[in-house]
Write a protein of this length. Structure first.
Ligand SMILES: NC(=O)c1ccc[n+]([C@@H]2O[C@H](COP(=O)([O-])OP(=O)(O)OC[C@H]3O[C@@H](n4cnc5c(N)ncnc54)[C@H](OP(=O)(O)O)[C@@H]3O)[C@@H](O)[C@H]2O)c1
Length: 264
């Protein structure tokens, strides 16, 4: 199995563990016996999660959108007591509304967190795992990777990058003992919607469309443990991703824009 079994002297890095899917992934991995290295900006939330988990937890407050924050994480992970056997790049931000309506700095923060930070941590840490000869990377993408998304343009573009990079890396890693899995959740009930002005879209389409963070985390961690290339949690998302890939953009773009504008 690409993700080695848990042991006292190893750990898994989980970014964005202070809420939502990242917190659920941390709980899922801890439930399977893995020690954790948790990262997000809100230290207090990481500390309270760490107190609840029955494994060894290191934690670090860092802003992954900054070069300094990522350097701090890399130093701490590499200098830690436990050897790294897994990386979960989950931290992410969204921003509903037109690009030109947003502060350029906010759009850039989405790009830096979702694409640059994920790329940087993967690009650096995959080498450590390959040297070790075992390990697993789980990158959290999105169903928005499969088509451009007006009213969430930068976010969807970063997720297209995550998907393409992760799938190619998975192929390149063949035979190294290391795997790279990309999970592409659809709509999931987490604070990201309120935090990104997309609260009006929450619940749209009903319970068949929406998953819990725990459901997504379970499927994503199963995929990571099995060294799978891709994970598309939920049946509805599997169907939706096909529609996104094969509907002509001339039809898809105005519909996506109209639905999101109406709901927001
Ligand atoms: N919810 C959905 O419907 C959905 C669907 C598809 C994909 N996803 C993806 O799932 C991942 C988790 O999102 P979520 O829905 O669980 O949202 P969430 O509850 O808002 O969690 C986002 C996490 O990322 C962390 N984060 C954001 N910016 C950061 C930064 N600059 N540096 C460090 N940490 C940062 C946040 O922690 P701090 O604020 O404490 O830093 C938080 O822990 C994201 O990659 C998102 O794109 C979500």
């Amino acid at each position: 199995m690409p993700l080695p079994p848990p042991s006292t002297d190893t750990t898994i890095l989980v970014t964005g563990a202070s809420s939502g899917i990242g917190e659920a992934i941390a709980r899922e991995l801890a439930g399977r016996g893995y020690n954790l290295f948790l990262v997000a900006r809100r230290r207090a939330r990481l500390e309270s999660l760490a107190r609840e988990l029955d494994v060894e937890v290191d934690l670090l407050a860092a802003d992954l959108a900054t070069d300094r924050g990522r350097a701090k994480v890399l130093r701490a992970v590499r200098g830690g007591e436990r050897e790294l056997i897994g990386v979960v790049n989950n931290a992410g931000q969204a921003g509903f509304g037109d690009v030109v309506e947003h502060d350029p700095k906010d759009e850039e923060a989405i790009f830096r967190t979702n694409a640059l930070a994920l790329f940087d941590l993967t690009n650096q840490l995959v080498r450590d795992l390959v040297d070790r000869g075992e390990g697993a990377i789980l990158n959290i993408g999105s169903i928005t990777a499969f088509a451009p998304f007006p009213n969430n343009a930068t976010y969807a573009a970063t997720k297209a990058f995550v998907h393409s990079f992760s799938e190619a890396l998975h192929s390149e890693l063949s035979g190294t003992g290391v795997s790279c899995t990309v999970a592409s959740p659809g709509p999931t009930r987490t604070p990201i919607w309120e935090r990104s002005d997309g609260g009006g879209l929450e619940g749209l389409g009903g319970p068949l469309v929406w998953q819990s963070a725990e459901q997504v985390a379970r499927e994503a961690v199963d995929g990571m443990a099995g060294g799978r290339r891709t994970v598309l949690p939920g049946l509805t998302n599997k169907v939706a991703s096909l529609a996104q890939r094969f509907t002509p953009r001339t039809a898809l773009l105005p519909v996506t824009r109209a639905v999101t504008k109406f709901a927001m």
